[in-house]
Write a protein that binds this ligand. Sequence first.
Ligand code: GLA
Length: 369
Amino acid sequence: MKRIIYAAVGASLLLTACNSSQSTETPTLKEHFKNDFLVGAAVPVRHVNGLDPKADSIVTLHYNSIVAENCMKSESIHPQEGKYEWDDADTFVKYGEDRGIAIIGHCLVWHSQLSPWFPYDSEGKQVSAEVMKERLRDHIHTIVGRYKGRIHGWDVVNEAIEDDGSYRKTPFYEILGEEYIPLAFQYAHEADPDTELYLNDYSMSKPAKRETYKKIVTDLKNRGLRIDGIGMQSHSGMTHPDFAEYEKSIEEFGKLGVNVMITELDMSALPNVASGAGVEQNVDYEKTLNPYADGLPEEVAEEWNSRMSTLMELYKKHKDVISRVTWWGTYDGMSWLNDWPVKGRTDYALPFDRDYNMKPFLKKELAGE
Ligand code: GLA
């Protein structure tokens, strides 16, 4: 599939970036990977509002793509029926436009961080299929329509499938059945025919999940609906994913004629007490679950960097089908993994450390080692 490579940023922004903690000598990631795939990060509202200038320097210097961490999720952007809150999403989109980079909208249909009113009527009962269709249509048309021509691609449906390959029993599924997925893609395409449209999920290395996504993509294509890519979130750890199964998913999704995107890459260095990456999980804090509060031991850091290098090699190997690699955040201090699934841990999941320094695996990558 065709890829758009975003060119360099405007001179004034580059200057801002160069005046920051990043040295002018540093080769940039977007330059390094320019013939391979887009590179990017999820950015929070405080970042685009200018409250994290060092993270801003990293994004401005190194990335040619951003995704909205939270501000486009339904509970934030559409908190009540008929009431949209645009300020943060507008700022996010403008931030990307000012830098001339690919802007990814995340996400239109998702059971988590869903506005509480969305599936219910005034008596608290689930709405009918007709009402749900109308609400979905309005939600998608209004949001995608507002940013028409400005968003590179949308995560249309997020986390629709369980790890065993069955459909997740979300309110969308309970009310509309499997049809809600094609409907969402149809509505998104109606609202902006030129934007790319994606499915996105975690644990994409699981064989049963892979098979169901292959069927969904094939079905969407058979119906003549637009589907440009599959997002493999890639929230990873020291023992997962199984790299062989993960690579198999990249290959098999690629064979479907859609782009594969690594959409939410991070790698926890801490004991894994979660099942998949469902955000609703909450595990009680225990000291043993937070072993590196005072710093990451060298041997663990080495292992972490080596696993990240393995992933980078895999992505380069499959650059013919991978169109984007996006980390879920910029630097360790801002990662959601510090508070999930256990609140108050100290994790080391992202490519820049708490002092905004680039980690060894990326330095090696940039040095061609
Ligand atoms: C999921 C979602 C993201 C984000 C992460 C964790 O992967 O797709 O929007 O919420 O969880 O922050």
